[in-house]
Write a protein that binds this ligand. Structure first.
Ligand code: SAM
Length: 266
């Protein structure tokens, strides 16, 4: 099990969909249209299939999909939600085993909310692996370290700094890149001969996303305790203030992400 809950993934999916940079999706589609003899996407760390559900309304209809995750529960949920379709395959696979990643014939590898969990070493090996085969990469919704709220609290800056520190702790791939993921990928991919485009894809969470705001805040509790810079009283006060601000005060929150697409010259 990955520790990612299907309910959390379902809660964030609409915000993710709205946040994705459309011009990068356009680039992906143009690349797929030109791909010969077929168009194939490999979605790594697919979770319950959020990337498939969002992109399948944009990409050419004959695109085939291979969805891959190491968490059997999330993969089962993806299969249940997507259903049986001839153009979609599911596979349980640990990404740390890069050597047997099924990349043959893949036009573009897709991922969302994944690379900020990964280490520099993993990203370097991943780039080397895809560049040997010429696969493209679309990596969306990488957290960029920015978080702010319309109603300020004196501890916001410290809280975000501590949360970002926690983002760099090993999430199963070695020390995570966290907010540095996109820049690290960009440099490595450009060095490997890819044309790379990056665009912001922030979550803009208003009162209509109160449920997501609340879960996001509650999910920050353990990281803040684990980092241990703030006392439990400070954390409790900050969290209490933030939760109280959501409704009826209608506080909004921005959480920064970036999307990246890297394609080889034809
Ligand atoms: C934040 S979730 C994102 C899920 C999905 N892409 C989405 O946007 O909803 C990260 C995903 O990466 C998967 N993951 C984490 N480590 C992995 C690994 N070593 N091998 C394969 N999948 C992994 C998790 O199981 C989870 O589904």
């Amino acid at each position: 099990m990955s520790g990612f809950d299907k309910n959390w993934l379902a809660l964030r999916e609409p915000a993710d969909r709205r946040a994705r940079a459309l011009d990068l999706i356009d680039r992906l589609c143009v690349h797929l249209v030109a791909a010969k003899p077929h168009r194939a996407l490999l979605d790594i760390g697919c979770g319950t299939g959020s990337t498939f559900r969002t992109l399948s309304s944009y990409v050419p209809p004959d695109t085939t999909w291979h969805l891959l995750d190491y968490d059997p529960l999330l993969l089962a949920e993806a299969e249940r939600r997507i259903g049986e379709r001839p153009a979609v395959r599911f596979q349980q696979h640990d990404l740390n085993d890069l050597k047997s990643l099924p990349l043959d014939g893949v036009t573009v590898v897709t991922a969302s909310a994944l690379f900020d969990l990964c280490s520099a070493d993993f990203c370097n090996r991943f780039i080397e692996t895809i560049s040997q085969r010429g696969n493209g990469l679309y990596a969306a919704l990488n957290y960029d370290g920015v978080m702010h709220w319309t109603q300020p609290h004196p501890l916001d800056e410290q809280v975000v700094a501590d949360f970002n520190r926690h983002q760099r702790i090993d999430k199963g791939f070695g020390p995570a890149l966290g907010p540095d993921a996109t820049q690290h990928l960009r440099l490595g991919l450009e060095w490997s001969g890819y044309i790379v485009r990056v665009a912001p894809s922030p979550w803009m969470l208003g009162p209509a996303e109160a449920g997501l705001q609340e879960e996001l805040l509650r999910g920050m509790l353990n990281p803040l305790i684990e980092i241990g810079n703030l006392s439990s009283t400070q954390i409790r006060d900050w969290l209490g203030f933030r939760l109280a601000c959501i409704a009826p005060a209608g506080s909004s929150c921005v959480v920064g992400h970036t999307d990246l697409i890297a394609l080889r010259r034809r």
